[in-house]
Design a protein around this ligand. Structure first.
Ligand code: NAD
Ligand code: MN
Length: 356
């Protein structure tokens, strides 16, 4: 059997309560898929910064690069006021490992009244997030003007669209293992506003089209939608989306909005993905209000663990984890308080482990 080494970066707050759930799930499925896992704990976060004055130690990055096949990241706290020298370790990790895509599946169980099974693939390196802003006195009158660069490149658009296409194919492959879904065919929806921004969003749209016209995506349906009408349809008919590809800003907004469709932040996973590496990460933060109480919902982390496995090529193991989580949610007996239940983190984890 193959040994896969997984970096565990709990970070701050409830990160320390939910990351162990990911580890236990991996340990539980290993033998049925002829895998072995070994783990290495890696520091990062605000507490690490307070102790060592670095939020992301070089050693953490080096270990991930040299030793690890994948990683799980919990959450980090950010100081409420700006602290000199502190910057978010996950943002730095995305850069250092070239994790250019942020992948966020939004999924209910099939027995939900309106089942949803979509994934947002957000470009993570450019657009307005290049943070090239300037402020100057208006030449034509009183008051200041501020402006920001929106940068869209063919290279970044091409690789994010190719990733979206590959994810659409991968999801189809998972469905073909017998996993039921609201979709029967793969579909990628390109998000843009090229009716207004004909050059930037126009380039994004054209490049996505061209990337997805590759023969290997022959079976993938491609459609496009203007971002504002997309928000409307996403909330009215979320089941009509399979894979959504979006530039950075629209992707950010769509993915937080879409997370509201499933009920609790404690359920929504994500992955930071590049060509060579994937880090699973629950979408929630460090939740200082519930930290230390043993009631953090572990499901976002458990699904993020499955997502990491998908990007490592272990789709069936991932599907098994999702099915166990679906079983827990459908039965609805052991739920954490954010889901209206009374169970603690430990009870939910044990219920999921029993179902594996
Ligand atoms: P948060 O996600 O930590 O919490 C928002 C609300 O959701 C809280 O009421 C919390 O109790 C609840 N919640 C979140 N995760 C939960 C879970 N797994 N189970 C049950 N309930 C859960 O967001 P916030 O309160 O705005 O931020 C808290 C800290 O986390 C801040 O320092 C913020 O900067 C940081 N943060 C980090 C990330 C990240 O690391 N990716 C993301 C968001 C916020
Ligand atoms: Mn966001």
């Amino acid at each position: 059997s193959r040994t896969l080494r997984i970096g565990l970066i709990p970070g701050d707050g409830i990160g320390h309560e939910v990351i162990p759930a990911g580890r236990r799930v991996l340990e539980a499925i290993a033998s049925s898929f002829n895998l072995q896992f070994s783990f290495v704990d890696l520091p990062a976060g605000y507490k690490t910064f307070q102790q060592t004055s670095v939020a992301l130690p070089d050693k953490t990055v080096e270990t991930l690069k040299k030793e690890c096949n994948g990683a799980l990241f919990g959450a980090v706290s950010s100081p409420t006021t700006k602290v000199a020298g502190y910057s978010s370790p996950i943002v730095a990790l995305r850069k250092k490992l070239d994790l250019y895509a942020n992948v966020r599946p939004v999924k209910t169980t099939l027995s939900s009244k309106a089942p949803i099974d979509l994934v947002i693939v957000r470009e993570n390196t450019e657009d307005l997030y290049v943070k090239e802003e300037r402020t100057f006195e208006a030449p034509y009158g009183p008051g200041k003007v501020a402006e920001a660069i929106k940068r869209i490149s063919e290279r970044a658009s091409f690789r994010i669209a190719s990733m979206a296409g590959n994810i659409a194919l991968q999801r189809q492959k998972i469905r073909e293992t017998g996993v039921q879904s609201v979709h029967s065919k793969p579909l990628v929806t390109i998000t843009h506003k090229s009716n207004v921004l004909s050059q930037t969003d126009g380039l994004f749209r054209e490049t996505c089209r061209s990337a997805l016209s590759d023969p290997k995506f022959q079976s993938v349906g491609v459609e496009e939608q203007i971002v504002d009408s997309m928000v409307y349809k996403l909330f009215r008919q979320p089941s009509s989306y399979d894979v959504i590809v979006a530039p950075n800003l629209y992707g950010d907004i769509l993915s937080d909005g879409a997370a509201a469709l499933v009920g609790s932040l404690g359920l929504v996973p994500s992955a930071n993905v590049g060509d060579a590496f994937a880090i699973g990460e629950p979408c929630h933060g460090s939740a200082p209000d519930i930290m230390g109480k043993g009631i953090a919902n572990p499901i976002a982390t458990i699904r993020s663990t499955a997502l990491m496995l998908e990007f490592m090529g272990h789709e069936e193991a991932a599907a098994k984890i999702h099915a166990a989580v679906d079983g827990n949610l459908d039965e609805g007996k052991l739920l954490t308080p954010d889901m209206g239940g009374k169970a603690g983190t430990e009870e939910v984890v044990e219920d999921v482990l029993r179902r594996l």
